[in-house]
Every structure is written in C-alpha cells, then in structure tokens.
Design a protein around this ligand. Structure first.
Ligand code: MG
Length: 167
C-alpha cells in the first residue's frame, strides 16, 4: 500500500483589530491580523486542506462551513486536531507536512520553530515531520501589495495497517 499526498491553499485579507495567528502561534506586535470567520489562521487552514485532500475527504469548507456559528472565531488548531481524527478514522496516519507562508510583512522567521512544533503536536507527528517555510511575493499582486497572507501546504499520509479504505 502506497502513501497518499494532498495539497492545500488558503489566503486571508489583513484586518485591523485582529490578532495575527499562523500555525497556531500568535505573531506578537503584528500591526494587523487576518479577517475571517474563524481565527483566520491561513497556514493551519492550508494544512487542513492538504490532509483532507490526501485522505479524499473534501475540503475545510465542507466540514467547517463559514456560515456555521459554531466555527466563529474557532481555534484552527482545534479544527486541525479534529481533521487528524477524521483522517485517522479513514485509516491514515500523517507522514509529513510541508508548508509555505507567503507575505511581504511581517517577518515570520523567528516563529518558524514554534509554528512547526504547534502544528506537529496537533498532527501527532514528530517536529521533524513538519516544515514551515516563508517567502514574499516579490511585491507582485495582492499578496505583494500587502493586502493579506497566503499559505500553501502539502501532506503525505501513510496507511494505518489494515485500515485504509482503498487498500
Ligand atoms: Mg481560511
């Protein structure tokens, strides 16, 4: 039985008066946070979609619709833990996650290890199974103009012995 892979993408606009949370970590001193129904954690949302994609379980909007008051200001790390449970129920364990956060500012490199460790704890993996990268969009387009933050993620899943449905 081979492993499975999935991709995820998310973006959120900056908004005044909100905390900036990425990978479950609050970026201290950020001038603006991100607008969204939940905590708008684009990195965690991209990770969730990568996992759901790899498991063939749809996407984040299917499971946590932004029309549902239950998910208002939701802690996205709690949603990620729920998705890891769903993926496990479908017979898969997380192999690794690789992610890229795209923004012009703020600089996020100082948060790399905390984001990795927070995501790894929610994923149930060792920290070295998670990699978080940062880049700018070279001032091109809406992300390059500083209108928001985007994130990409890939996830690999391995079958739990005897349980993956498509063996
Ligand atoms: Mg989102």
């Amino acid at each position: 039985m081979s492993s499975r892979s999935g991709i995820g993408y998310d973006s959120h606009r900056f908004a005044e008066g909100r905390e900036l949370i990425l990978g479950g970590v609050e970026v201290e001193g950020a001038e603006r946070g991100l607008d969204g129904h939940s905590d708008a954690d684009a990195l965690t949302h991209a990770t969730i979609d990568a996992l759901l994609g790899a498991a063939g379980l749809g996407d984040i909007g299917l499971h946590f619709p932004d029309t549902d008051e239950r998910w208002r200001d939701a802690d996205s790390i709690a949603l990620l833990r729920e998705v890891v449970r769903m993926v496990g129920d479908a017979g898969w364990t997380v192999g690794n996650v690789d992610a890229t956060v795209i923004c012009e500012a703020p600089k996020l490199g100082a948060y790399r290890e905390r984001m990795r460790d927070t995501l790894a704890a929610a994923l149930g993996t060792a920290p070295d199974a998670v990699n978080v990268k940062f880049t700018t969009n070279e001032r091109m387009g809406p992300i390059g103009r500083g209108e928001g933050i985007a994130a990409l993620a890939t996830a690999a899943l391995a079958p739990i012995d005897g349980r993956a449905k498509d063996r």
